[in-house]
Design a protein around this ligand. Structure first.
Ligand code: ATP
Length: 934
């Protein structure tokens, strides 16, 4: 029956909704049937973009040869072949192939790791099938499906809109135009271009406001996004500021070393040495000295970091975030859901004159209400309480269901809690719907801070229609002129007393909402103006939202690590302060005006005082999403590296501005996720702390790799340079240098990427992002180790010759010394501060595996006759090995002394009460440099 349905066509904007319905054999109101959907899925496949379209493996393999170093080697290989030195040529070509294969495998692995992450952040879509709305993974959509859209969601496929209400869509992913586009369902001329097709919503774009629905006209690769994806291929960049910096550094180094090689070649020729010999020596110098493994190692280290973070439930969307996380100095976290569980239970219902405690916890409606005497109130004789509970339950869009032997909620936890409180008093949602069916709604939003509904009143109250309101106490009070006591009597509003009561409840860490009632003689247009005539406050409902257990140690860990944590919330200042105290954000001494600022305080602050005041405060209450952007900018202007959480559509600008925008994976909107650098799959604050820890680990490993690779590479180059300059016999032959370079970079150096984090990683202050890579200590270390390598190899070579060894044997000893010293030095580089002994020699099994492989390689090149022929080596004696070990141990001791002398003085642990202070190291004067994320 679906034979005529096709997967795509780009002319749907020119058809009426009815025509599209006919064409796609669907129903504008009831959607497809389950069977139809299943059949179409079989036919059209999943609604996903093909992975890594475009760049196939042959091209990626070819890319590995596109490198100046490889060109040099290829020319060298060709020249060497031309000169009849076939074995040397073979070695050079082998090096080229090994280099390309290793690069290819590494790159593929890194890409696969990043690709896999996409699956962790799944997009869901709301689809109507057989007349019922349900949530499905967006992969499951098929042409003809009827999809429902709301603000904050990502459009899951190409849709011809059938309905829209103030629908605006951010189409920048498709058209590059960042201003949201208004949508409707009017038929358009066929010639209209994609960017102007108002009646279409395209896959991958984001709904910023309003709501709507549409019929799926194209899925997967057939969507407009799919077309673009095909055109550009998966050109996902693996570059970060650091990799770019390093790539630049490598380029300069390469040019320098090539120039040096050319000079060496010239000097060799002038000295009358053989052209072939000098040429290969110059090539070996270049290959040895250029740290060609560096960019690959950085990408691998970052990719491993990304995978480690994903395991700890932080999904990185932008690779540079891995680096930036390590230098975070402030984390601004939402209260509800990030620092707390977002599992609300109404604990107290207050009505003017009475207070009731509610028993039971969680969303099971098992529990009762009782007053201070323990008596359960009879709702019939407590109209005030009844109307408060009714407002909570009826002015409410959450639903409560009992499935798989547990109570589940759909919708806002705050609303679910009020639904449960009413149910505990016998007012179940069904009963409420019968008593006061809803006619109209003013939805909740973070600016308005209340929700209002209009109902027909079937109970005997003498009026046919009622207005119910629930929301933040201050906002609801604004709408009220009277209050209703529990027994139903109405009095003038005692604002002070109500605010005091709310403060008291909030001081216990409870989230307090006020409820109000109004009556209207007949239904009218229902908007904010309709509430202006004066409502009656019926009560307060105070709910418990337990702080996350993991937040307490995570906050403490951040403080020890010199990272300030700030709470940002739309909730009441007293509630926020109590929760902040509970999780260790505020000590009793801190609980003064300067540490807790409200949205109004922020608005009243003069511009020049703003950054400092924000830097000094810890809790920001009753903050609107727009103020978050200003907070980030203010903190950045103080030199901070800011991580900021967010979940709503309005949070997107702040998330983009923050150095690390963090979105909630479970409770956040697609818009927020799209704007973020990192998504928390569990919404938990502790996950941010974990990610920072991993970020620091990643950076450490990069520094470790650089610390290992620079001295060894330079040493490899120097040994040749020194020999040619001295006009002496080469202690290590060019082909042997190529062997050392290729095998040690992979088997030894790369293993540092797997180094576990140092235990004290969260006790030191954040890294200054502007700190140069090449520090003085690193330059000195590079010189020291390369000198030791060259001097050791040279001395051993001469000693072996002087004591009767042949040339090949002496060179083999020098070659082995080089590798053994590099292996010993690898252990030293496993920690930047601690000695190799203290970390435990066997604590990184990758290193052990790498060293074992390298050792086998050395035995092979020393003792296998075939290898002896290729590399001009010869077996060496046991005593020679002992001399090698003795020299390597001596070199290690010298390096250990250097490390010991340079060890930074242990800084005093950053104490708990420092937590309000950002690390002062790179604070800038107020008002300078509002950093913009690249
Ligand atoms: P966060 O800590 O994540 O910023 P929040 O939930 O406290 O979160 P908002 O959602 O902006 O922040 O809520 C602000 C205030 O609005 C709440 O403190 C509460 O008083 C009120 N409120 C929250 N949800 C509702 C709702 N569904 N209906 C009516 N009022 C609500």
């Amino acid at each position: 029956m679906t034979a005529s349905v096709s997967r795509s066509s780009n002319a749907h904007h020119g058809l009426s909704v009815d025509e599209v319905v006919l064409l796609l054999e669907t129903d504008q109101h009831r959607g497809l049937t389950g069977r139809d959907a299943a059949e179409r899925w079989e036919r059209f496949g999943p609604n996903t973009l093909p992975i890594v379209a475009g760049v196939g493996w042959p091209r990626r393999m070819a890319r590995q040869f596109h490198h100046p170093l490889i060109y040099v080697l290829l020319v060298a290989g060709a020249v060497t072949t031309g000169l009849g030195e076939y074995i040397d040529a073979m070695v050079i070509f082998a090096v080229v192939v090994v280099n390309a294969v290793v690069g290819f495998v590494q790159e593929s692995k890194a890409e696969a790791a990043l690709e896999g992450l996409r699956l962790l952040v799944r997009t869901e879509a709301r689809v109507v099938r057989e007349g019922r709305e349900r949530t499905v993974a967006s992969e499951g959509l098929v042409p003809g499906d009827l999809v429902v859209l709301d603000a904050g969601e990502k459009v899951p496929a190409d849709l011809r809109l059938t309905r829209s209400a103030e629908l605006r869509v951010d189409e920048s992913a498709l058209t590059g135009e960042s201003a949201p586009v208004a949508k409707d369902e009017v038929v358009l001329p066929a010639a209209v271009q994609v960017a102007d097709r108002r009646n279409m919503a395209y896959s991958g774009t984001l709904v910023t406001t309003g709501s709507g629905a549409g019929i799926v006209v194209a899925t997967g690769a057939e969507t407009e996004l799919g077309t673009i994806h095909r055109l550009v291929g998966a050109a996902e960049s693996l570059a970060t500021p650091l990799t770019r910096k390093l790539a630049g550094f490598s380029k300069v180094l390469t040019v320098g070393i090539l120039a040096l090689a050319a000079v060496t070649f010239g000097v060799g020729l002038l000295r009358g040495q053989g052209a072939v010999e000098t040429f290969t020596a110059a090539i070996a110098l270049a290959v040895g000295a250029i740290p060609e493994g560096l960019p690959a190692a950085v990408t691998i280290t970052l990719a491993i970091g990304v995978a480690r973070m994903a395991r700890r439930r932080a999904v990185i969307r932008q690779l540079p975030a891995v680096e930036t996380l390590g230098s975070t100095t402030v984390i601004c976290a939402d209260k509800t859901g990030t620092l707390t569980e977002n599992e609300m239970t109404v604990a107290t219902v207050w009505t003017p004159g009475n207070q009731f405690e509610v028993t039971g916890s969680g969303y099971a409606p098992d529990g009762t209400l009782h007053d201070i005497d323990g008596a359960t109130p009879e709702l019939g004789s407590h109209p005030g309480l009844r109307w408060s509970l009714l407002a909570g339950a009826a002015c409410n869009d959450a639903t409560l269901t009992y499935e798989n032997e547990r109570w589940n909620i759909a919708g806002d936890p705050t609303e679910a809690a009020m639904l449960v409180a009413a149910a505990k008093a016998g007012l179940t949602a069904d009963r409420v719907g019968e008593l006061i069916p809803r006619i109209a709604t003013i939805p909740f939003d973070s600016h308005r801070r209340y929700m209002a509904t209009l109902h027909r009143d079937t109970t005997s109250r003498g009026t046919d229609y009622v207005v119910l309101v629930k929301g933040a106490v201050e906002q609801v009070l604004e709408l009220c002129t009277a209050q209703m006591a529990c027994d139903g009597t109405t009095r003038p509003l005692d604002r002070e007393m109500i605010l005091r009561t709310a403060d008291e409840l909030a001081g216990r860490g409870l989230r307090v909402l006020a409820t109000a009632l109004g009556s209207v003689p007949e239904p009218h247009s229902f908007d904010e103006d309709a509430l202006a005539y004066g409502l009656t406050l019926t009560g307060l409902q105070a709910m418990l939202d337990p702080p996350r257990a993991a937040a307490v140690p995570a906050v403490a860990a951040c403080h020890t690590a010199g990272i300030a944590v700030k709470m940002i919330t739309g909730d009441h200042a007293a509630t926020a302060t109590a929760i902040a105290a509970h999780i260790g954000l505020l000590t009793p001494a801190d609980r003064h005006e300067a540490t807790v600022l409200t949205g109004n305080d922020l608005a009243a602050l003069p511009g020049e005082q703003f950054p400092e005041a924000v830097d000094d405060a810890t809790v920001f209450a009753r903050v609107s999403p727009e103020q978050k952007l200003r907070l980030v900018q203010a903190l950045q202007s103080r030199g901070h590296v800011v991580a900021m959480t967010g979940d709503g559509v309005n949070d997107a600008p702040a998330l983009r501005q923050a150095d690390i925008g963090v979105a909630m994976g479970a409770g956040g909107t697609e818009v927020a996720k799209d704007a973020a650098d990192m998504v928390l799959t569990d919404d938990d604050f502790a996950t941010i702390e974990a990610a920072v820890e991993e970020g620091r680990g990643v950076f450490d490993n990069l520094v470790k790799f650089i610390t290992w690779t620079l001295p060894t590479n330079i040493g490899e180059g120097l040994v040749i340079l020194a020999a040619i300059a001295a006009g002496a016999a080469l202690p290590i032959l060019p082909t042997q240098i190529l062997w050392i370079n290729m095998t040690t970079a992979v088997a030894l150096g790369l293993m540092l990427a797997f180094e576990p984090k140092e235990p004290a990683i969260m006790t030191r202050p954040p890294r200054d992002p502007d700190q140069p890579l090449l520090t003085l200590a690193l330059v000195v270390r590079t010189m020291l180790v390369s000198t030791l390598l060259v001097a050791g190899a040279w001395w051993l070579f001469e000693w072996e010759l002087a004591h009767g060894a042949g040339l090949a044997e002496a060179r083999t000893a020098a070659l082995n010394l080089f590798v053994v010293v590099e292996a010993f030095y690898l252990f030293s580089c496993r920690s930047l501060t601690r000695s190799a002994w203290r970390i435990g020699l066997l604590s990184n099994r990758w290193i052990i595996a790498g060293v074992t492989v390298q050792a086998l390689g050395q035995l092979a090149i020393t003792y296998l006759p075939a290898m002896n022929t290729i590399f001009a080596t010869a077996p060496i004696t046991g005593q020679a090995w002992l001399r090698i070990l003795a020299l390597a141990v001596t070199a290690s001791l010298i390096v250990a002394i250097d490390k010991r002398l340079r060890r930074p003085h242990p800084h005093p642990p950053l104490s708990q009460n420092l937590h309000n202070d950002a690390p002062p190291r790179h604070r800038l004067p107020i008002g300078t440099n509002t950093r913009q994320k690249s």
